[in-house]
Design a protein. Structure first.
Ligand code: C5P
Length: 232
């Protein structure tokens, strides 16, 4: 299984993406989230593929099973590396999602991940506001097991939960971890944050890094700092 740094392209439009990626010698693994996809649509995927980028399409689908299945059937034609649904949508919804992502000839390139608890949610908010009366680790592990038993390849969780998820779901179960900050940077809206080094030591397969790279004075240097902390 590959280990890599995925840059969250949380930009408003393709012009900003091109200005940013123009700094890089080799096309990085990138994440396209809601704001960019809603602004540009499928053309942003075609564009990034032409540039040679691997893509995580992060639309965090969560709806009735049939709707998610149909959305995934559309995404199956994009041939991206990863896409995702919310595990909170239930195991039934995840089964449907996987069916939608599998093409009529039985082939499936895109690996499906489940969002467990967002890294912007801390345990207190989860318990008080979402009324989930458990430790956050337990809910992440329970969602991870549901995802695994539904046939998904992995989950998105915080770096703090990655090793435990691996011990429960197996080494091959992919852990993708956002909420990454260098020890010397700010949290912004994220809560369960950790450094690339911590993520490496605690079992993350892929780290997702947005603002620590995109807002850095030297984004390429920040990317290489992530690569060297995470991969070496
Ligand atoms: O800028 P920052 O590094 O905080 O960006 C993190 C990225 O990862 C955002 O695009 C966000 O949508 C995404 N993400 C997250 N937490 C999750 C899943 C995805 O922060 N659980």
């Amino acid at each position: 299984m590959g280990k890599d740094v995925i840059i969250a392209l949380d930009f408003d439009n393709v012009a900003q993406v091109d200005a940013f990626l123009g700094n890089f010698k080799k096309p990085p693994f990138v994440k396209v989230g809601m704001e960019l996809f809603y602004a540009e649509g499928k053309s942003i995927i075609t564009h990034l593929k032409k540039l040679g980028c691997k893509i995580f399409l992060d639309l965090k689908c969560h709806d009735i099973p049939n709707t998610v299945k149909k959305a995934m059937a559309v995404i199956s034609d994009f041939d991206v590396e990863f896409t995702d649904v919310h595990a909170a949508g239930t195991s039934n919804m995840m089964h449907y999602a996987l069916e939608g992502l599998t093409k009529t000839n039985g082939a499936r390139k895109t690996k499906l991940l489940a969002i467990t608890q967002l890294t912007s949610t801390d345990e207190e908010t989860m318990q008080k506001e979402l009324l989930i009366d458990k430790p956050i680790m337990d809910t992440v592990l329970s969602y991870a097991l549901n995802a695994k038993n539904s046939g998904l390849e992995g989950i998105v969780c915080s770096p703090y939960e990655a090793a435990k998820v691996k011990s429960v779901c197996g080494e091959d179960f992919i852990t993708v971890t956002p909420g990454i900050r260098f020890d010397d940077s700010t949290k912004a809206d994220q809560k369960r944050i950790a450094s690339p080094t911590y993520a490496k030591l605690n079992g993350s397969d892929y780290i997702v890094v947005g603002r620590s790279i995109t807002l850095a004075a030297d984004p390429v240097a920040a990317y290489h700092r992530c690569l060297s902390e995470f991969l070496t």
